[in-house]
Design a protein around this ligand. Structure first.
Ligand SMILES: [Zn+2]
Length: 142
């Protein structure tokens, strides 16, 4: 398979996962994820086990939403804000290997992958926030 075909396959798999929900991954999806992502997939599963993934949305009709992965460290936490269907993360791995790289060596990071899996597996903790708070958070990101 050429590189672009692999990327297409990965895109299809990710959009399939984030547009459906299930209690568990189908064996075929599990296999593909492992083949495509290897260690990153294993790390993403670990994030699902050990971290909390919140969705924050506004109560308005035009729901605005972002996600936050809260990873527990020894005596603090590390958080990553993410958006559904947007392949972007502020982590070092993503910045170095994808965003700032001339020749990206990977498709995404373990956080984006963990979010895709969490959405599919219904492991999101929903929270409602005000429009003001939402705007404030978005300003902090950009
Ligand atoms: Zn990341």
């Amino acid at each position: 398979m050429t590189t672009s075909l692999v990327v297409d396959e990965i895109r299809n798999l990710i959009s399939e996962l984030s547009s459906t929900t299930s209690d568990q991954l189908a064996p075929k999806q599990h296999r593909k994820l492992y083949v495509f992502f290897g260690t990153q997939y294993v790390n993403a599963l670990e994030i699902l086990d050990n971290s909390t993934i919140f969705s924050f949305q506004t109560p308005s009709e035009n729901l605005k939403k972002f996600y936050e992965i809260v990873i527990p460290l020894e005596d603090s936490t590390k958080t990553f804000k993410l958006f559904k269907d947007i392949n972007y993360c502020s982590c070092e791995e993503f910045q170095e290997n994808i965003a700032l790289s001339d020749k990206p060596t990977q498709f995404t990071c373990e956080h984006v992958l963990a979010l895709v899996l969490a959405i599919h597996l219904n492991k999101i903790v929903p929270e409602i926030i005000s429009n003001e708070k939402f705007e404030q958070v978005i300003k902090e990101i950009y």
